[in-house]
Design a protein around this ligand. Structure first.
Ligand code: ATP
Length: 261
């Protein structure tokens, strides 16, 4: 039997500052299976980014266990790639050099891998941009470079923290299609944090609604096959999409009402 790519067992996390202690996550149990696309939605401050940082191994939770492929996640053995809202490309490096940075840092800069990155850039419509600088590209193009940079080291799982939220609506829809297509083709596992419910439903196999203060899992929605197997752009027109959107929306509204009595 295949093991979950990520497994969280009874994860809780407390941030401690000079003034207070915040229970950001409480008793989170979650399995993400190979090739699955899971989205996390929830009100601001419910711990989405904290949870993603725990999965990435960037933050050690106060209690609980993080497993990758059934083994405890250790510093340096992480198979996750992280993609953020802001592309964080280095302005002084060319597009190709930006895309290669992960390989450079992990000392994997082989001829074959460089060629793969070039092919990925081409495949994402960035073929003519290798020698340009980030400032010469649009926001959508820069996010595509960030995606290539993340994929370059061939991570098993991609952790996506609102990667589309700074883009205009049309670019965002195009990029959603491209990312889902690219990840499915490569059988990658992905966890996406988003505030956009329709995006979460359109791209995912499963949508998890988190509750706030403390952050915990409130409800999980399995996305029906007809929606899952349709490209995100067209998934929004599928029968059942509007009903599902309404259900997720109601969950979030109920959560808000419970938090603000
Ligand atoms: N470094 C930190 N130090 C102290 N408290 C923190 C820190 N980072 C986050 N928190 C607190 O932990 C809780 C969860 O924060 P987190 O950023 O994970 O939520 P989020 O759901 O990603 O929020 P948003 O949707 O606004 O990005 C919040 O109450 C936040 O104030």
């Amino acid at each position: 039997m295949t093991k979950p790519v990520i497994e969280l067992r009874a994860i809780s996390h407390v941030y401690v500052t000079d003034r207070e202690a915040t229970l950001a996550l409480q008793d989170i149990n979650l399995k993400v299976e190979p090739g699955e696309f899971v989205s996390l939605v929830g009100p601001s401050g419910c711990g989405k980014t904290t949870l993603l940082s725990v999965m990435a191994g960037l933050l050690k939770p106060s209690t609980g266990e993080v497993l990758q492929d059934g083994k405890p996640l250790k510093a340096g053995s992480n198979k996750a790639g992280y993609m953020l809202q802001h592309d964080y490309l280095f302005p002084w490096r060319t597009i190709l050099d930006n895309a290669l940075i992960g390989l450079e840092l992990t000392k994997q800069l082989t001829k074959e891998r460089i060629q793969k990155v070039k092919d990925l850039l081409d495949g994402m419509g960035l073929g003519g941009t290798w020698d340009l600088y980030p400032s010469q590209l649009s926001g959508g193009m820069r996010q595509r470079v960030a995606l290539v940079r993340t994929l370059a080291t061939d991570p098993e799982v991609l952790l996506l923290d609102e990667p589309f939220s700074a883009l205009d609506y049309q670019t965002k829809l195009q990029l959603e299609d491209l990312i889902v297509d690219t990840l499915r083709e490569r059988k990658k596992t992905a966890v996406l944090v988003t505030h956009d419910l329709s995006e979460a439903i359109a791209v995912s196999d499963r949508v998890i609604v988190l509750a706030a203060h403390p952050g915990r899992i409130r409800t999980t929605f399995e996305i029906p096959k007809e929606i899952r197997e349709t490209a995100p752009f067209y998934a929004r027109d599928q029968e059942g999409f509007a009903e599902l959107f309404h259900q997720v929306w109601k969950e979030l509204e109920a959560e808000k009402e419970e938090v603000q009595p």
